[in-house]
Design a protein around this ligand. Structure first.
Ligand code: FAD
Length: 419
């Protein structure tokens, strides 16, 4: 039985790995000229079970409405995108009800925790190198209000096994001396010691190499134009004029998944949420952070990746436009200045590499993993801002479901039905 995986980003490649590990024959089709050139390319690199909150937190409607008129808003809705977001947007707002929001936090936490273990296991087994590091992540807070909001979620997750330490100014600087300059501006910090970090694109390239060595064919430059079905069962895909037969198909095409399902009459509640990163070579510059630092009030973070620093954040609802807006890039430099002013003073901003990617954002903030109403067609997408944190676990979950095995965690919250 051959399974075609559509998309060679984090989710597609991890899915291929999990199916291969269960003895399946897998072929991956990727539209771009290499793997991980879309959303998995230059993300924040954080593997964070500690950050499972969907972005539609209670009160999100006020932020989105205000963002229409604020070019610097951390989460920005663009007026031109409103019509295309209409039905998805209603569901996005409906899911911001506190009960749904907190349930999604817990579901995402369970999946991300499981995923971290699976990422560690695959990394060990295949000896993957991707500038990875452990040591946790540090969230810093500039107001009691922000701190208290995060504590509400953190305490719920602590009951599920998440470990964190609350830090005062001295504790923050002891953990991360690079924050000494700004210590007075921070009211507290939280250290999530089980989190890890690493370069997702390097992980994808290393994993793709290992898969290819094990006989998986990863075909690039293959844009799937259509998923073909007959009598309610998939039969293959069409790429240009070529028909490729398959017994089963896993759609892991990130934000493009929605479009591919439309001709099958399936409406996927996923929309693109654009985010930015800026990567800076900091070789030879002292005072850079050791672990990722998230500035809760600025909704952005800084991740060390070897000799580089990656600034990351912001969400824009602006359809599929990937153009880089300098205002958003400047927001990230503002973050660097606000956290590490002496590093900012020593870098050459003109040499920094800005990037924008489209997060596949589901309306309820949880990924969509499992079967569809069409026999043989499976989904692994909609991971939003948590696709790196959840990739390996999502793949394992899906592969178990496809083989009729009992998954290690409850798959119910992520199933397509009822979404
Ligand atoms: C700025 C930013 C920062 C982020 N930071 C983090 C972080 O720190 N931690 C975290 O956990 N997550 C983070 N994320 C989220 C994470 O990067 C995404 O959730 C993840 O990359 C999504 O992976 P994917 O495989 O679903 O999509 P993609 O990486 O986009 O892969 C989909 C692939 O499918 C291909 N494709 C699309 N259509 C077709 C077609 N028709 N035929 C064939 N191939 C097709 C695409 O070319 C692409 O390669 C961040 C995202 C952004 C934008």
């Amino acid at each position: 039985m051959t399974t075609l995986v559509v998309g060679a980003g984090l989710l597609g490649l991890c899915t291929a790995r999990s199916l291969l590990a269960r003895g399946e024959t897998v072929r991956v089709l990727e539209a771009r000229e290499a793997v991980a050139l879309e959303t998995s390319y230059a993300n924040g690199g954080m593997l964070t079970p500690s950050l499972p909150e969907p972005w539609n937190d209670p009160g999100v409607h006020r932020h989105l409405a205000a963002s229409l008129f604020d070019p610097k808003s951390a989460m920005k809705l663009h007026l031109h995108a409103v019509p295309s977001l209409f039905f998805w947007g209603i569901s996005f707002l409906r899911n911001s009800a506190p009960s749904r929001y907190f349930r999604a936090c817990e579901d995402n936490f369970r999946l991300a925790s499981y995923s971290l273990q699976q990422t560690q296991a695959v990394t060990r087994e295949l000896n993957l190198q991707y500038s990875q590091s452990s040591g946790g992540t540090l969230s810093v807070f500039r107001s009691e209000r922000d701190l208290n909001a995060k504590k509400v979620v953190a305490d719920r997750l602590a009951a599920l096994g998440m470990r964190y330490s609350l830090l005062d100014g001295a504790g923050i600087v002891a953990l991360e001396p690079s924050l000494a300059d700004v210590r007075q501006k921070l009211v507290a910090g939280m250290h999530f010691r089980d989190d890890e970090f690493g370069d997702a694109q390097k992980f994808c390239v290393a994993l793709a190499d290992a898969l290819t060595t094990s006989g998986v064919s990863i075909d690039t430059g293959m844009q799937v134009a259509e998923i073909v079905q007959s009598n309610g069962r998939v039969t293959g895909v069409r790429v240009g004029n070529e028909s490729i037969a398959a017994d089963r198909i896993v759609l892991a095409a990130g934000p493009d998944s929605r479009q591919l399902l439309r001709s099958l009459g399936i409406s996927l509640p996923v929309q693109p949420a654009k985010g930015y990163s800026v990567t800076i070579d900091v070789s030879g510059i002292a005072g850079t952070p050791r672990i990722p630092v998230l500035d809760d009030s600025m909704h952005a973070g800084v991740t060390p990746l070897d000799h580089r620093l990656r600034l990351v954040g912001t969400a824009e609802f602006t359809g599929f436009r990937k153009q880089i807006d300098q205002v958003r890039v400047d927001n990230l430099f503002d973050l660097l200045h606000a956290l590490f002013p002496s590093v900012d003073a020593r870098i050459d901003r003109k040499k920094a590499l800005p990037w924008a990617g489209l997060r596949p954002m589901s309306a309820d903030g949880k990924p969509i993993i499992g079967s569809t109403p069409i026999d043989g067609l499976f989904l692994n997408t909609g991971h939003g801002h948590l696709g790196w944190s959840m990739a390996m676990g999502s793949a394992e979950l899906l592969a178990d479901l496809m083989q009729g095995l009992a998954p290690a965690i409850d798959s119910g919250p992520f199933s397509f039905s009822g979404r």
